[in-house]
Design a protein around this ligand. Structure first.
Ligand code: G4F
Length: 325
C-alpha cells in the first residue's frame, strides 16, 4: 500500500518540490490549501500535478478544518510547511505571524495527537531562530542557542519548542528541520535572491533601469529547495524523531549575490543598484552559516546543487520568461 502524506503549504516553493519528490517515490499526496480569491495565483506551482494530488481547503487557524482533514486522510507522514514566511513583513504583521507560525503549529500538533498519533510529523523550523547567536567557529548548529531577531524568528522558536515538547510529553514522532535559506526559480520574487535575479534580467533586457535593495551586508547560507525537500523526507524516515540543521556550510553576502548575478549578465552593478530604508528591518539577522554535519552523518544527506548552478537556473528561468514576451 502507498504511504499517505499530508502537506500544509503545498502550493509554496517547498510544498511543490516536496510533492514532486514524494510522488516519484510512490506516496499518495494530500495537501491543504487556503481559500484565495485568485485561484490561479495560488496554484501555479502545483498546476501540473493537479491530477496526481488531492487538495483540501483548510487553515492552520481553523481547528475544525484540521480535525476534518486529519480524520479523513489518516496520513502516515505530515509535513507542516505552511507559514507567513517573509521575515521583513513579519514586523508589519506580527500578530498574524505569531498566530500562523506559532499557534497554527500548536493546532497542527493537537490534531496530530488526537487523530493520527502513529504518524510522523515534520515541522519547518528555520535558521532565522538563531538570530544574533553564532558559535565561536562562526557556524550555527543544533546546539547553538536561539536569539531570534524578528517576530517571524520568535514564532518559529515557539513552534520548535512545541514540537520538542510533544515529542517528549506524548512520545510522538515529531521532528524539526532547521533549514537555512533555500531558493529556486519558484521562490517568491520578494525574497532577495529572486528579486535580484529577476530585476537584473529585466535590466539586461531593457525592461527596468534599477534594482532597489535594503541591507546588502548581511550574510546567508543559500541552498536549493530541491535538495532541501529530500532532507525533509529523510528526517521523517530516520529511526527516531530528532532535530537537524540543513545547510550548505557556505555563506555569502547579499552584495556577493548581486556581484555574481550582475557579472554573469555582463552588467556594471554600481550603475543600477540603489538602497532604500523601506527594505531594511528594525533588527537585522547579520550572519548565517550552517553546520549540517549531523544530517550528513546520520541521514546521509548532502546538497547536490551548487550556489552557482542555483543562480544560473534562476537566471535562465527569468530570461526564458522575459525574452519570449
Ligand atoms: O531573502 P530574504 O528575505 O530571506 P530571509 O529574511 O533570510 O528569510 C528567509 O530565510 C529564512 C531562513 O533563514 C526562512 F526562515 C524565511 O522564511 C525566508 O525563507 O532576505 C535575505 C537577506 C536579509 O538579510 C535581507 O535584509 O537579504 C536582505 N535584503 C536586502 N535587500 C533583502 C532586500 N531581502 C528582501 N527580501 N528584499 C530586499 O530588497
Amino acid at each position: 500500500m502507498k504511504k499517505k502524506v499530508l502537506i500544509t503549504g503545498i502550493s509554496g516553493q517547498d510544498g511543490s518540490y516536496l510533492s514532486e519528490y514524494l510522488l516519484k517515490n510512490n506516496y499518495e499526496v494530500y495537501g491543504i490549501i487556503r481559500r484565495n480569491s485568485i485561484v490561479e495565483h495560488q496554484r501555479n506551482r502545483i498546476e501540473k500535478l493537479d491530477k496526481q494530488i488531492n487538495l483540501e481547503y483548510g487553515d492552520l487557524l481553523d481547528t475544525s478544518s484540521l480535525d476534518r482533514i486529519f480524520k479523513s486522510v489518516k496520513p502516515d507522514e505530515i509535513y507542516n510547511l505552511a507559514a507567513q514566511s517573509h521575515v521583513r513583513i513579519s514586523f508589519e504583521i506580527p500578530h498574524f505571524t505569531l498566530q500562523t507560525n506559532g499557534l497554527g503549529v500548536l493546532n497542527m500538533l493537537e490534531a496530530f495527537r488526537a487523530h493520527s498519533p502513529n504518524s510522523k510529523f515534520y515541522q519547518a523550523s528555520s535558521s532565522e531562530m538563531f538570530g544574533r547567536s553564532v558559535d565561536n567557529d562562526n557556524c550555527q548548529r543544533e546546539t547553538t542557542p536561539f536569539e531570534p531577531t524578528s517576530p517571524y524568528g520568535c514564532a518559529k522558536v515557539l513552534a520548535f519548542n512545541l514540537v520538542k515538547h510533544y515529542r517528549f510529553a506524548y512520545s510522538l514522532f515529531c521532528s524539526n528541520g532547521i533549514l537555512f535559506n533555500h531558493e529556486s526559480p519558484r521562490r517568491g520574487s520578494n525574497f532577495v535572491t529572486n528579486k535580484v535575479v529577476k530585476t537584473a534580467v529585466q535590466i539586461k533586457l531593457g525592461l527596468k533601469d534599477k534594482l532597489i535593495l535594503g541591507n546588502m551586508d548581511s550574510y546567508r547560507d543559500w541552498g536549493h529547495s530541491k535538495d532541501y525537500v529530500v532532507a525533509m523526507n529523510k528526517i521523517l524516515n530516520h529511526n527516531q524523531p530528532d532535530d537537524f540543521v540543513i545547510s550548505t556550510g557556505i555563506t555569502r553576502s547579499v552584495r556577493d549575490l548581486c556581484n555574481y548575478v550582475f557579472t554573469k549578465l555582463d552588467l556594471e552593478m554600481k550603475k543600477y543598484i540603489f538602497q532604500d530604508k523601506k527594505y531594511m528591518r528594525p533588527e537585522e539577522l547579520k550572519y548565517l552559516k550552517g553546520d549540517s554535519s549531523k544530517a550528513r552523518k546520520l541521514l546521509n544527506w548532502k546538497p547536490q546543487i551548487s550556489f552557482e548552478e542555483l543562480i544560473d537556473e534562476m537566471i535562465d528561468h527569468w530570461m526564458d520568461i522575459f525574452s519570449s514576451n
